[in-house]
Design a protein around this ligand. Structure first.
Ligand code: PLP
Length: 379
């Protein structure tokens, strides 16, 4: 993979490293009412619906901003003021959705588990059976806080069996982890141009069940975040209501070409899984420990426990890796001190091995003998 000379490799949850082709697709200006642009916009939305397996049943409605804007728009549009949400929380992104619902004044309860623990499926079933007022289950597919893959197929089945709608924050999963509306029934799923589809940041979107969205007129608490209104307007004239992120959309179209060429979701999952394995194997050789057991780990971002060696200093470690061209990410956990290394974006084996070399060099420079969080020397 090639990269213009001085850009660092982004081993983070986003923004992510993008390809030269994706960046080059932005070297133009487009009018928002221009026929070519309107066509590109339509094509991008159709491609997203197809990736989600929603052709015929679902529509795609975009919104300007980062992923959180799409989450806030979706929750506010799909959940009416007299509905009630049950949010499954095991990390910061689940908690953020609770905060969004509180801002919007939507009744909401939570089912919370620690950051290294998936939601209890029996508990979910019992919570739904105990409270008939709950209309929507709200879940995070890959909780980027830890990198855990939540059991979305089971959550969808239990929600459907209990006759409740499901809303999925699939931000860091969509395009890499399997998610097909035909097997995992959902009313809404949110993601962004960034993350696993490897576009540039600036646009979020929701894939919404058409029959559910049709009932959502007047729900939204904010005009700019009203996905029903955005949908109606775009159905009418193909245009965004307000200035569209033209460059983001055209770059996204190019990124989706590369996604197709790589073999779609399966191809991407394969590359990210290989990246993740190289990373975890290499880090374990250096004594580091992952927060999660391998069977809960999504091949998206990996949480490592902070080494106990007194010579280790995270800020110095971070800065030294940055100087070598690799940006990692601080931890966001409450359960344990940690840091994170992502394996998504336009990265492959060369970059993952390069990152491990940089980590090994940096540890040597710092005089750290092992990455082990218990302080024991590496085996
Ligand atoms: C990245 C991410 C978001 C959105 O974050 P933004 O910073 O607003 O783009 C939401 N949920 C999850 C699970 C994410 O990984």
């Amino acid at each position: 993979m090639t990269q213009s000379d001085q850009d660092p490799w982004l081993l983070t949850p986003g923004p992510l490293t993008t390809s030269i082709e994706t960046k080059q697709a932005m070297l133009h200006d487009w009018g928002s009412r221009d026929a070519t642009f309107i066509e590109t916009n339509r094509r991008v939305l159709d491609r997203l619906i197809a990736i989600a397996g929603g052709a015929g049943s679902h529509v795609c409605v975009p919104v300007q901003g980062s992923g959180t804007f799409a989450v806030e728009a979706t929750l506010g549009t799909m959940i009416a003021r007299n509905d009630k949400a049950l949010v499954l929380v095991n990390g910061a992104y689940g908690s953020r959705m609770v905060k969004i619902l509180e801002y919007a004044g939507r009744p909401c309860v939570t089912l919370e588990t620690p950051e290294d623990t998936p939601p209890g499926l029996d508990d979910l079933d019992a919570a739904l059976k105990a409270d008939a007022a709950i209309t929507h289950v709200v879940a995070v597919y890959c909780e980027t806080t830890s990198g855990i893959r939540n059991p979305i197929e089971d959550i969808a089945r239990i929600s459907a069996d209990n006759g409740r709608a499901l809303i999925i924050d699939a931000m860091s999963a969509f395009g890499a982890l399997e998610l097909d509306a035909k097997n995992v029934p959902f009313d809404a799923m949110m993601a962004s141009s960034n993350k696993c589809l490897e576009g540039v940041p600036g646009m979020g979107y929701a894939i919404l069940r058409r029959s559910a969205l049709e009932q959502c007129k007047g729900n939204a608490h904010a005009l700019s975040l009203d996905l029903y209104d955005q949908w109606m307007a775009m159905e009418g004239n193909g245009q965004w209501r307000f200035t569209p992120p033209t460059h983001v959309i055209c770059a996204f179209d190019a990124a989706l070409d590369q996604f197709d060429a790589e073999g779609g979701q399966e191809g991407r999952l394969q590359r990210y899984s290989a990246n993740c394995k190289i990373l975890i194997d290499g880090m374990r050789e250096l004594g580091f420990e992952t927060l999660l057991p391998d069977d809960l780990q999504a091949p998206i971002i990996v949480t490592f426990k902070m080494p106990a060696d007194p010579a280790f200093d995270f800020q110095a470690f971070y800065d030294a890796l940055g100087k070598r061209g690799y940006l990692i990410y601080p931890g966001k956990l409450t359960v344990a001190p940690s840091f994170r290394i992502g394996c998504i974006g336009h990265l492959g084996e060369t970059e993952m091995r390069g990152a491990l070399d940089a980590i090994r060099d940096t540890l040597g420079e710092m005089g750290v003998t092992s990455g082990n969080s218990g302080g024991a020397p590496a085996a």
